[in-house]
Ligand binder design. Structure first.
Ligand code: SAM
Ligand code: F3S
Length: 455
């Protein structure tokens, strides 16, 4: 076929996958001049970045490949690739089930996609590489493209926690951190291009141990302090953290680093010690409570969100009630909750799953109602306060308005007296109304700046 011109990427799963897709697009723009297409029908190269955390996400991939096979029948030169966790898990087996696939790469080999694409275009046949090289990935990727004032920065890969239900350690490999200076350089480069807020990413981002030449590895707390000193960076977030690694230094950062956003996603999964033990999730609930109390002492008003799994094998009514009680006690902000999905190859897959599906669904609905209740109460309590908002873009619903996020990660839409000029700036916004999925407000004249507004 002629040289490919357009690339379409479909991404399933977590922010790490979003980040990986963006970096793959950057790499292919650099190597082959590929531009992003809006729809698969317009593209010459089709990639799907997959997730295997739950069965449903995994199955979506094969339905997508079915649709793409039809496109390839019409245009046989189209190249189809599969990346991410399903690719890592299935390897060659993907091609057995979907022979239309030309290349398969894992989460740690996406920087090799340009070379694999070359091989396919030269007629060398399909390419599969789902190995786990450690360092190479970030050394080989071009500098990340900048799209607006916020950016993700991946600081570590993989997970070594082996929660009994989770497939991630097997698909993404063990924890591996990027070098401290390498990450800081990326932050400096992004800030120079107008980025004002960075989110450090990792499956277990607080396990970050960034190598430093001639010294001890740097912790996430040290990275946060250093990034806060980078000119232009006004806000820092990180996700996802594991509760067992909320070190004292990291908790203290909420007192010492004003740029650190007043929001922490700290997955607890269950409010029952018995279930946490089966999940292989230390720490137990009491230690989690203690961590939250220390965080709130260092940063009053910090919002805490979590992931929850309901219907884990053997979860009793009492265990589930303990989860609901913890939700009320902590007052979690907008959180994620899932029905347990059995993942073959994980230890929990061996446990007898005796809870009827209808019961699992009922528990999920009850938990989600409780979580929604807390989230809307938190939003309602923000009405009348002044929040520091990073202005990101024109509002999706009404382009005459601007849209940004508060420190606790809520979308705020507001009329702008200065039009698009405010994009990329921090402004103080008075919150006037709490809607189900967003807030509405108005920019506060500068003489009132400082009231209530936090990171
Ligand atoms: N590193 C994070 C942590 O500290 O827990 C979690 C990353 S995991 C990919 C994202 C979320 O997916 C988990 O927190 C968990 O709630 C959910 N998850 C993982 N495996 C699951 C499974 N087998 N069934 C249902 N939900 C699952
Ligand atoms: Fe999965 Fe637990 Fe790691 S949920 S990503 S094994 S911390």
């Amino acid at each position: 076929m002629n040289s490919p011109r357009k690339l379409f990427i479909r991404t399933y799963g977590c922010q790490m996958n979003e980040y990986d897709s963006a970096r793959t697009a950057d790499a292919l723009a650099h190597s082959h001049g590929l531009e992003l297409a809006e729809r698969p029908e317009e593209a010459d190269v089709l990639l799907v970045n997959t997730c295997s955390v739950r069965e449903k996400a995994q199955e979506k991939v094969f339905s997508e490949l079915g649709r793409w096979r039809a496109l390839k029948r019409l245009r046989p030169g189209v190249v189809i690739g599969v990346g991410g966790c399903v690719a890592s898990q299935e390897g060659d087996a993907i091609r057995a089930r979907a022979p239309c696939v030309d290349l398969v790469c894992g989460p740690r080999t996406l920087h090799r996609v340009p070379g694999m694409l070359d091989d396919v275009l030269r007629g060398r046949g399909p390419r599969v590489d789902v190995s786990f090289p450690e360092v190479e990935k970030f050394d080989c990727l071009p500098a990340p493209g900048v799209h607006g004032p916020t950016a993700f920065v991946s600081v570590m890969e993989g997970c070594s926690k082996y929660c009994s239900f989770c497939i991630v350690p097997y698909t993404r490999g063990e924890e591996f951190s990027r070098g401290f200076e390498e990450v800081l350089d990326e932050v400096r480069g992004l800030a120079a291009k107008g980025v004002r807020e960075v989110t450090f990413l990792g499956q277990n981002v607080n396990a970050f141990r960034g190598a430093v030449e001639g010294a001890r590895p740097a912790s996430l707390a040290r990275l946060i302090a250093a990034a806060a000193g980078v000119r232009g960076i006004g806000r820092i977030r990180y996700t996802t953290s594991h509760p067992s690694q909320m070190s004292r230094g990291l908790v203290d950062a909420y007192r010492d680093v004003p740029e650190l956003a007043s929001h922490l996603h700290l997955p607890v999964q269950s409010g029952s010690d018995r279930v946490l033990k089966l999940m292989n999730r230390p720490p137990r609930v009491d230690r989690y409570r203690g961590t939250v109390a220390r965080l709130r002492e260092r940063r009053p008003g910090i919002s805490i969100s979590s992931d929850f799994i309901v219907g884990f094998p053997g979860e009793t009514d009492a265990d589930f009630q303990a989860t609901l009680d913890l939700v009320d006690e902590i007052g979690f902000d907008t959180s994620f909750s899932f029905i347990y999905s059995r993942r073959p190859g994980t230890p929990a897959a061996e446990l007898a799953d005796t809870i009827p599906p209808a019961e699992k669904k009922a528990r999920l609905a009850a938990l989600q109602a409780r979580l929604a209740d807390h989230a809307s109460r938190i939003a309602a309590a923000m009405v009348g306060t002044v929040q520091r908002v990073l202005v990101e873009r024109p509002s999706k619903k009404d382009p005459a308005m601007l849209s940004g996020r508060t420190g606790n990660n809520r979308v705020v839409n507001f009329a702008s007296p200065a039009g698009d000029l405010l994009i990329g700036r921090f402004v103080n916004v008075r919150i006037d109304e709490a809607l189900p999925n967003s807030l509405r407000g108005a920019v506060v004249p500068s003489r009132l700046r400082g009231m209530d507004a936090g990171a």
